[in-house]
Each structure stands twice: as structure tokens, then as C-alpha cells.
Design a protein around this ligand. Sequence first.
Ligand code: ADP
Ligand code: MG
Length: 326
Amino acid sequence: ATVANQIAAGEVVERPASVLKELLENSLDAGAQHLRIHLEEGGLSLLAVEDDGIGIPAEELPLALERHATSKLRCAEDLQRIASFGFRGEALPAIASVARLRIQSRPAEAGAAVQIEVEGGRVLSSQVCPRAPGTTVEVRDLFFNVPARRKFLRSPTTELGRMQKVLRQTALAHFAVGFELIQGSRILAHYAPAASEAAQDARVGEILGTDFLANSLRFAEEDGELRIRGWLGLPTYNRPRADEQHFFVNGRPVRDSALSHALRAAYADVLYQDRHPVAVLYLSMPPHWVDVNVHPAKTELRFADSRRIHDFLRHAIRSVIAHEAK
Ligand code: ADP
Ligand code: MG
């Protein structure tokens, strides 16, 4: 089982940033409202995510570390959800097989938390401990037992940068949730839960810069079941950085060449020149219009009708920009 998990780890867990992504997703799936990330050495020696979600019942804790033992497949109705969100029950066992893992968890109705320690996939200890309801997953010494993979990790600074990117993307996808990123004793990021429009603007300003916020347009358009909303950099505010384009489809961060093209083309339509617009865009559509299970990392997707999405996006953005460029 350990070998199978290590192979799975190759797909799911590439580096600290991919571990972080999985842990954040688990916390969000568990309904957490506040997430705190602790790092040491860019996550190479410690990467921990603490949440206030529903917790894991003590008897399910060892199960969570078994492959395909997802708790998210309870009924046929969930299958659609799983098909669209890509729940696979692989992340924790994969991480456990290539790191030292400690999980503390307490469901709200339980009197205490249970802590389980795993090393290279083997359970070392399990004991009761005090903790507020929620879950903490600590990942230490990533790839300590897989030197070939450890070799591919970059400096703590580079790995930290990638994790900050994951956090920014996650924070843009979940405005209602609060996030904190702490390295050693330094708070590197703190996004308070953002319910109001003003608070959402503030979070966008924190993540993309207040300069962007001051030079962007908030908009929303729809065409039947297809909706787009978000922030578009003004035609005069176009920094040449392609990674300043954030796309979300049905709440999940994605990369897609049709979406990127539609955005660029819309600006080019108005400005008659190619630019790299800065934008944060949220598309929503019926779940069956999109297949997100193309890639294990789940950031790629396939639209049933890519052309329609592209054209809708291009037209919607063009009309916002054209209006402003007048
Ligand atoms: P998946 O998320 O695909 O179900 P994982 O391996 O990521 O698989 O997690 C396995 C199981 O562990 C989850 O289905 C869930 O029951 C439990 N779990 C993991 N993290 C948390 C968390 N932060 N809060 C509550 N339950 C969790
Ligand atoms: Mg998961």
C-alpha cells in the first residue's frame, strides 16, 4: 500500500504548494470559516493547516489515511458533486506516504480531540489531546523518505512564493472565509472574512494591489445560465504580467487557454493592440457544461462548448472596456 501511495503521491504531491492546496481544499470541504497556515522554511520542514471545520470522528481518523477512503461519497447525489469537484480520497494517504504527518481533530460534539502520528504511511501513535473543534494537519519533512523527489524542491523562498500564490488564489475563491499565513513568528498574510462588497474589494486590493483596485472596474453580466462577474483592470492599467489573470469556474481556480484568449482578445478589440490585461474573473454555469477531471491537479478543465464560453466572455468584457475607453 505504501508504494501505491507513493506513486499516487507523485501525481498529487509535487511540492509544498501542492500539499497546501490539498489541505486547504480539505478544510474548505469541512466547512471551515477560519484557516491558519503555519510554515517553517517555506514549508519544507513544516507545513500545517489549522481549521475550525466539522472535524474527523476519532474512529474515522485512521480511515482518512487509507486510499480512496473519502468521506465525501455517501450517496448517489454526491456522485455529481464528486464528478465536478474531483474528490478522490487520495491526498492524505499520498502525503502520509512521503512525509511525517500529524493530525489533530475534534468534531464539535466530541469532548476532546484525537491526535494521530504517521511516518512514511505507518501509524506511530494515537492519543487524546485538548483542542477546540476543528482539524490541524501538520506535514513535516516533506519527501524525507524520497530523496529523488526532495532534490526537485527549490529554495524555501521559491517554495514559499508558490504557496503564497496558492493561498491568494484560494482566498480569491472563498471571500467568506478568513485566512492567515504565518512563517515562524511572522504573519505574512491575513485576509479577514469578506462578506460585503466593500470587504471583497478590500481583499482584492490586498491580493492584487490597491493600485489595481483603484484602476479596475467591478462588473457582472449574464446570458441565461452563463454568468460572469469580477474585476477588470482599466485599459490604462495593464501591467505586462500574465499571471495577474485569475479565472474561476464555478468557484474553482482554473487555467484555460480559451478563457485567457477571450480576455486578451476583448482588450485588443477595443484598444487595437495586444495587451496583458489584469483581471479577476468568476464564471458560473451549470456543472454539466464543464468537466474538471482532466488533470489530477484539477486546475485544467474542458468545456462542453468552449466556443460559446469564449465568445460570451469576449463580448461581455469588450462591452465593459469599450464603455470605459470612450
Ligand atoms: P478527499 O478530500 O478526496 O476525500 P483526502 O485524502 O484529501 O480525500 O481526505 C480524506 C478524508 O479525510 C476526507 O474525505 C475527510 O473525511 C477527511 N479530512 C481530511 N481533512 C479534513 C479536515 N481538515 N476536516 C475534516 N475532515 C478532513
Ligand atoms: Mg482532499
